[in-house]
Every structure is written in C-alpha cells, then in structure tokens.
Design a protein around this ligand. Sequence first.
Ligand code: TPP
Ligand code: MG
Length: 807
Amino acid sequence: MSNTAPINANTLRLLAELERKVLWLSTWMVHHANHLRDKTDNLKVGGHQASSASLATILTALYFHVLRPADRVAVKPHASPAFHAIQYLLGRQTQQRMENFRGYKGAQSYPSRTKDTVDVDFSTGSVGLGVAQTLFASLVQDYVKAHGWARDWPEGRMIALLGDAEMDEGNIYEALLEGWKHGLRNTWWIIDYNRQSLDAVIREGLYERFEALFRAFGWDVVVLKYGSLLEAAFSEPGGESLRAWIDTCPNQLYSALTFQGGAAWRKRLLDDLGDQGDITRLIESRSDTELARLMTNLAGHDLPSLLRAFQAIDHDRPVVFIAYTIKGFGLPLAGHKDNHAGLLNPAQFDSFRQAMGVRPGHEWQRYEGLAATPAELDDFLAHCAFAAEPNRRRAAAPVALPETLPLPAQAEISTQQAFGLILNELGRSAEPLAERIVTTAPDVTVSTNLGGWVNRRGLFAKQAMADIFKKERIPSTFSWEFSPKGQHMELGIAEMNLFTLLSALGLSHDLFGERLLPIGTLYDPFISRGLDALNYACYQDARFIVAATPSGLALAPEGGAHQSIATPLIGMAQDGLAAFEPAYADELAAILHFAFDYMQRDGAKPAVGEAPEEQSWLRDETGGAVYLRLSTRNLEQPIREMTPHLRRAIIDGGYWLRPPGPNTEIVVAYSGVVAPEAIEAVGMMAEDRRDVALLAVTSADRLNAGWTAAQRARERGQARARSHVERLFALLPRHCGIVSVLDGHPATLGWLGAVAGHRQRALGVEHFGQTGSIQELFRHYGLDAQAIIAAAQGLQPARPIRYLKAL
Ligand SMILES: Cc1ncc(C[n+]2csc(CCOP(=O)(O)OP(=O)(O)O)c2C)c(N)n1
Ligand SMILES: [Mg+2]
C-alpha cells in the first residue's frame, strides 16, 4: 500500500489549483450567506471561514488524491464549507444548495448524513462524536469482515479530520481506550493543529501530550510540522537558528505575527535573531511577502508534505497525524485569535477575490481564475480514486424474520428476564435473524440478562481467547469465550461508547453493505450518561435496539442514584427512536418482533401529499431505532391469545385491558410495571364508580406521535384522519376522568386528557428516589392503588370510594 514515489509534478500542480479553488469556494459560500443573501435573516456564520481555510489543504490532498471509495470520513463541523466545495468540484453538490448554505434546504452548517444531499459519511456537529464514530466504524468493519461478509468490498480507512480543541472532549479518550482493547485498525485521525479553539489560542505544548497519549494507546503518531519551504530554509546556512526560534515560539505570538504579516515577521525575527550572520542573511534575502509565506508554510498547508506523509503509511495500524495549520490560512483574518466568529468584510473580500482571480458574477464557476485548463481539471477530477465509485451509500437486503418470536412460558416474570429468555431462544435457533444480531453492553451484559445469549453466541474478538475458568473446570454460569465468530461486543463502562458503537453497528448496511441488527443494553438511568451519543446515533439514522434495564423506582433497594425518572420523556422526545415500556412478556415479544422489522425499513417516506399509513398516523415507513424501557419487577402474566388486533394495538401504543362502557366514570391509564397497582385500583373502585376502564399504554411515545400527526393531517384538510389514541377514546363519555400512572415522570402520560377533553390527574415520579421496598416506594411517591383511588376520588368527588383509606 505504501507509495513513497515522488509526487508527480503535474499532479501537484493540479492539486494546488484545486486547493485554491476549495479555499475560494468555501470562503465565497460563507460570504454569500452572510453578506449577500436575505439580509433580514440572522444567518451569521461563526467560524466557518477560518476553520475551512485551516483544513482546505488537507481536505484537498485527501479527497483529490489519497481517498479510495471504501474510505469513510468525518469532517470537523466548521469545515463544512470546504467539504461542500470539494463535493461541488466533484460534481456531487449543486450550486443551488451551495448558494443556500445554512439556509432552508441548503447545504448544512455541519456535515449531515441525513440533511445534506451529498455523500456525508458521518455527521458531525457536537464536537468529538464524529471522531469517535470513525473508530467504532472501523471496529464494525472488522466485525463484518471477521464474519465472512462484505467479501467483494475492500477494507476502507475510517478517517476523522478533527480540530485540536475537539481533543478536549472526554468521549474521545473513552473511545481510544476501547479501540486499544479491540485491536483497532484502519483508522486515521488528522488533527488540524491550528492551536486555536473557538475562544482563543490554546495551551502551549499540547501536541506533546497528544503524542504521548496516542502512543500509549498503540497508535502511530506522525507530526506534520514544517512545510517543504521551511524544510528547505532550514538547510540553508542559519536555517537551524530559524528552526530553533520557531520551535520555542509561543502559540500566541506565532498567531499574532501570522495575522500581522511579513513586515512584522521581519521585525520580530531580526529583533530576536538579528546580527547573527547567516540567519540575518536568510531573513534579508526574502521580501515581506516571501517571508510571510515562508513563516506560515506549516506542513498542514503544504501539499507535498501532506501527500508524502499520507502515502508513506503502509500498514493498517491506527495513525494520528498532528498537522500544524493556521486557522484562516490564506485569508486576511489568518491567525487572529478572534477569527472564529470573524468574517471577511466586503472590502477584505474584494481584495481576496482579486487575489483569487475571480471576476464578479463568475464566483460559482468551477475553474474561474485557475491557470490550468478546464479540460485537464475535468480529466483530473474524473480520474481521482475517490470518484471511481459514484454511489457511496451501500445497501443490504432486509433479514427475514420468523413469524413470531419465542414467548417465555413463566407465570410470573419481569420484562428484563423475558428479554433475556427471548434472546436466549434466538441464540439457540438457526434463524437468519439470529445470525445478524450483534449485542453489546458497557460492562452490564450479565446484569441486563444478556448472559444466556452470550453463552450461546460467544464474544467477538479478532483473535480467539479461551475462558480460563471454563478451561480450568471452575463452575460458572457464564462462558466468556472470545472468537472472530462471536456475536457480542463487550465494552468497558462508558455509555458514550455504547451509543457510538450502536451508531456504527446501526449504519453497517449503509457503510459496508452488510445488515446488522444491533442490540445494546444498559441501566436505564445511565442513558443520560450517553445521551448526546444516542442523539447523534439517531441523527445519523442508525438502526439499533437499546434495552434499558432496570428502570425507575421499581429497582427499589438500589436507591435513588439508580432509579430513572426522566427517561420516558427522553424516549418521547428523541427523534428517530421509538420508545416502548411494556409490562408483560407477550407484549415485549410482539414489540421486539416489530423492532427487528422497523429497524430494517429503508426510509422511503410517503410521497408529498400522500397519507402515511392510516391506522396510526405514524410515519412507520421510514423506520428507526427502538428503545425498550424494561424492569426487573416480576409481574403475574395474563393468560391470553396474541391476536393480530392486540399485537397491532401494542405496537401502536396501547389497548384496553378493561374497555370503557357508555357510562364510564374513571379511566386508569398505566404504563409498565405499575400494572398490578392499576389493576388493583380498578378492582377496588368497581363498586363505587361505573364502568371503570383500564388502559395499558405500551408506548406513550407512539400514542402521542400518532395523535400529533393526525391532528396535523386534519389541519391540512384530511378530515378523516384519526390516530390510535383517538380511536381508543372515541367512546369515552365526556364526564369521565382519567388517572394516569407510571414509574417515571408524570408528564409522559399527562397529555392523555387533552385528546378528547377529559379531566386528568397524572401520577408518576418527580423527585429522586431512595432505598426501600417497591411497596414502600410506590406508597411514598404515590404510585400505589391507594394513590390511584385518591386521584380518582379527586376527579370525581360526588360519591366516596369506600376502599380509599385516609392517606
Ligand atoms: C459538544 C460541543 N460543544 C461546543 C461546541 C461549539 N464549538 C464549535 S467548534 C468549537 C471549537 C473549535 O475549535 P477546533 O475544534 O480547534 O476547530 P477550529 O475552530 O480551530 O477550526 C466549539 C467549542 C460544539 N460544536 N459541540
Ligand atoms: Mg483549532
């Protein structure tokens, strides 16, 4: 793979032309967005011009020479204009979207897999996440290859272009550690070491920390500091003094001199090094412009240095390149510490335009102002390796599902246990589905009941590793054997890593053309710990199941630190994630079956003006990820047949366990593990309230989303649109009251009363829990049967409910 041959002079010439164009186009599109487009909009751009200029050379070298179609890239958020400029030059981005940068349906501020039309491999935006995503994508590529899949697809390099300030994000270090454990390969991180962050110039000597750190994690480190002009100057007489001066120059001063330009460089250098013979001559032999050019010739802006460095990599070990750059290189705001939010003003822009040789009115012309002919540039672009594969998005056929999933037969069981048993049964089966499931957990595999599945399918590692306990015949319930065929990826305790890995696994069909059905487990409260990565995964449209267990007050003796409150609301509010909270095993089996199908749906949205599926008004055609909020509380199971009707209602979000009648006075609507309390309360109220009804809510998220969608559809003229919850409530008399209850925040179900205009009392948990028994805590926080009855009495005070004890 290594190519140390000198870089062809013609290639260099054309790349230099394209580099210039990338700088021009990225600067122009930002200027256009800020100064020329609709001035009433507050589209002000911070950082894009300077950050794009910082990466323009590196991006040029990569996309037009180094990258291969199988490589996948995450570009740091603020280099989005440079990225789009490259896509534009490759003919993969339209002028219209470029013109509309940061505007409605225009090129996105931050590269986006889902909102941009060009081939963004990995979204970026929340700094640090795109970086870690490349690492996990590489592990997924290894997983796919180790399982004998994607044979006709070459291994690609997973590449992140990151800002130096991005290295402050902790998730990067969590990922590095995990990468080391899993023998990371084929990953390049290129740090845009401009020594500037958003606010200021960064600390001295950071690169040494980076270097030591990466080496500790088994990475190769390539420091790209001096460009070829500087290297040549160092070999002149006096050159070594110049190198020594640069090496000890503080970042702040270097940035300030860069901003001030040639005369300032000269003055400072002569002040510091003057009258030392050779070095003075070295400085004096250059004009101000030449001196400025020399002093800013850092390797990150030097095509020959970059190309040599990239081409020298002849192995698959992970490599970090620390590339010295200048933020805003080539622009008048280069180096200024405040340039992140800085923009070229119209006068500065005009001189920049002239320097670039671009005539007014010809700004979007691809080769305007370049010396090379359009024919040679066209030819060069058409033949660059990256362009060889026009379609970067790969696809995989859906995996066939069995008719139903195995249902645990226990009379009393928790949803967590049922989840483990269903997976265990799948692990035993020869179903094609089971082949494609990959599980992962951050050190909670056994405690979330994945142990059975892992016993059957083994842990994944590129090299087999025996379970010593098993070899030594020490009895243990769980086998812990690693092999390249294993189907569980064990992670250390870092929930950010869990969700970033799920994101990578859940994009395997798209990145590598092989469908995986990833399932991650964690304790429900720790969703918050990985929340930004979860959001990131959903934003990228990754497909996975997250089973979060245990949850809520129901893990009573564990105490308040482990009892989740807000997660049902997260489940509702998180786009791209369908949230369920089943109470019973048969519900869970139906939901899991749906989830395996839902996560494989290919995103075909209903055409404009066409109604989504009528039953629920949910846009299920598009598919998505699934969140299951499970519990360790054992519940007595209903004995019933899973009819297609019931199955459908469970998936749509709820069903009547006890239907309402024409005279219903109270509806109890519950979600999840409070089912026994709800049932008990309904029984106790039966003598004093007419037709007390009981609604099982399996997904507050989907019930609510369907309702919202149906209302919107009606407002847009589809008068007959009815959501599932509206149909459920259609027969409720006006005067009845609704008591809702769940082991989570009451707002989750607090909207039910608004569906058909009923008074409601929403019970749930608002405050941190504590240790105790389930009964004690449900009593304390007001989730037990007595609390439900008291709420019903409050809504319908006319006659006392006799079983209501004084609270
Ligand atoms: C998680 C997160 N926090 C804050 C921000 C706001 N932000 C955008 S870029 C940036 C730092 C930019 O520095 P660097 O990564 O070095 O890129 P440069 O500006 O040098 O191009 C910050 C703090 C963000 N995008 N994401
Ligand atoms: Mg920076």
